[in-house]
Design a binder for this molecule. Structure first.
Ligand SMILES: O=C(O)CCC(=O)C(=O)O
Ligand SMILES: [Fe+2]
Length: 331
């Protein structure tokens, strides 16, 4: 493991899970079963049922670590699994168009759905990537400067879908292919590491409802601005974090100053993870923001490719947004 990875996880009781050969094989068998039982269609009911069922057959070492992470995501607010069965040589060319999603059943899509089903329930938004449960995170020609996952300039820190009342609790990012130069780093920063480095005035302002947040560009024209909200909420000694540095607007000078201090501090305490094929990063979206360093795509079919799935701990609470109790919110 490289030292940056070590830094991310050294503070956690249970470090990264690295699957050995037998567990790698078992995870592959379980994922294959989801592919064969799941109608070959990622958003189908059969696929979701197969993933929920199959989760219980995943390696015990993985399930135990996920259960611990679910109870307490630790000071880093993120988790890494390495050695998942992703065979880069069998991965097709990296797609290079906007809105690309994984509709057909594949091993990586099965792994994401399996693990999302253990942490909570997989879910998606109709307005974002056509409601697919598994998204491609790939650079798109012409979108280089986009503040979204199609871009390749630095992606600023954000809670995923911060504006939405039913935003994901966990963001799962599975690497199928790294970037050519191995410089694209997923950056994760957790409020638990930053909190005691913030001034009293800053913390006090961040708890006040003096911020509003817009939907991210990935939602197109859909979605509404939030009501004024605090960036921090909940327990003073272990608050939740809610901010998107590209979409959250401070209302007034105190709000501006506190947001700047927070941004500086989150950058200083962040961890950078250079994902390799078979690595899965799980971000606790309640206490951590994430972003990405810049990189240079070549659009040659060998660019960086992550796949992403969201998991919600309480799917029921968004029932009014999910006709027929599907896993896709219509707004
Ligand atoms: O490219 C990355 O490492 C992260 C992109 C991102 O923020 C996302 O897909 O939600
Ligand atoms: Fe994101």
């Amino acid at each position: 493991m490289n030292s940056l990875l070590q830094q991310v996880f050294e503070a956690r009781a249970a470090g990264p899970v690295i699957l050995g050969p037998a567990d790698h094989e078992l995870a592959e068998q379980v994922a294959r079963r989801v592919v064969s039982d799941g109608d070959g269609w990622v958003n189908s009911e059969a696929w979701l049922n197969a993933a929920r069922d199959g989760y219980h057959d995943l390696p015990a070492v993985l399930r135990k670590a996920l259960a611990e992470f679910r109870r307490d995501s630790g000071p880093g607010g993120a988790f890494l699994v390495r050695g998942l069965p992703v065979d880069e040589s069998a991965v097709p060319d990296t797609p290079a168009y906007s809105g690309s999603v994984q509709k057909e059943g594949t091993i990586p899509a099965a792994l994401l759905t399996l693990i999302a089903s253990g942490l909570g329930d997989p879910a998606a938004f109709l307005a974002e990537k056509s409601g697919a449960l598994v998204h491609d995170v790939v650079p798109v020609p012409g979108s280089e400067a986009f503040q979204g996952n199609e871009g390749s300039v630095m992606l600023s820190f954000h809670n995923e879908n911060a504006f939405h009342a039913h935003r994901p609790d966990y963001v799962l990012l599975l690497c199928l292919r790294a970037d050519h130069e191995r410089v694209a780093g997923l950056r994760v920063s957790c409020i638990r590491k930053a909190l005691d480095k913030l001034s009293k005035e800053c913390v006090e302002a961040l708890f006040r409802p003096i911020y509003i947040t817009a939907p991210p560009p990935s939602f197109g024209d859909a979605g509404e601005l939030t009501e004024p909200h605090g960036i921090l909420s909940g327990a003073p000694d272990d608050p939740d974090l809610l901010v998107d540095f590209a979409a959250t607007k401070p209302l007034g000078p105190d709000a501006v100053e506190a947001m700047r201090e927070l941004q500086r501090t989150l950058a200083a305490t962040a961890d950078t993870i250079y994902l390799e094929p078979g690595d899965l990063a799980i971000v606790d979206n309640r206490v951590s923001v994430h972003g990405r360093t810049s990189f240079t795509p070549r659009y040659d079919g060998r660019d960086r490719w992550l796949q992403r799935t969201f998991s919600l701990r309480d799917l029921r609470s968004s029932r009014h947004l999910r006709p027929a109790d599907s896993h896709v919110m219509i707004r």
